[in-house]
Design a binder for this molecule. Structure first.
Ligand SMILES: [Cu+2]
Length: 124
């Protein structure tokens, strides 16, 4: 009886621990270029965002918004062919000021992930 109890306990422990492991992962941003809250001396040419896992090619979006709320990137978001965790877009030459980068991707677990962060270009 004691052994049976022990076995049942270990089995339920196994079920509990394995079921809490995510089968599909939910993407989170892990790196960007420019970095979050970075102050740059000049305009970036490209905005790069990396996630902890590959993301879907559909629904991806990346935008750069200026202080007045205008979208200023080249609207050319792409996903890197050999690294599906990386999306990027290009920007024209931006003047000094603070900009917001907004991103949206779909995770492998089908969840939509959105986020935003800022960077600043110094006054020369
Ligand atoms: Cu998720």
């Amino acid at each position: 009886m004691y052994y049976l109890k022990k076995t049942v306990l270990s089995i339920s422990f196994l079920i509990l621990t394995t079921s809490s492991l995510p089968v599909f992962s939910h993407a989170i941003m892990v790196k960007s270029q420019p970095e979050e809250n970075a102050t740059l001396n000049s305009s970036p040419k490209q905005i790069d965002v990396w996630f902890n896992d590959k993301v879907g090619n559909e629904y991806k979006a990346l935008a750069v918004i200026d202080n007045a709320g205008n979208r200023v990137d080249n609207k050319d978001v792409q996903q890197e062919l050999l690294d599906a965790s990386h999306i990027y877009c290009t920007t024209p030459s931006l003047s000094s000021g603070t900009y917001t980068i907004r991103y949206r991707v779909v995770s492998i677990d089908t969840h939509i992930v959105t986020g935003k962060f800022k960077f600043t270009i110094k006054t020369p």
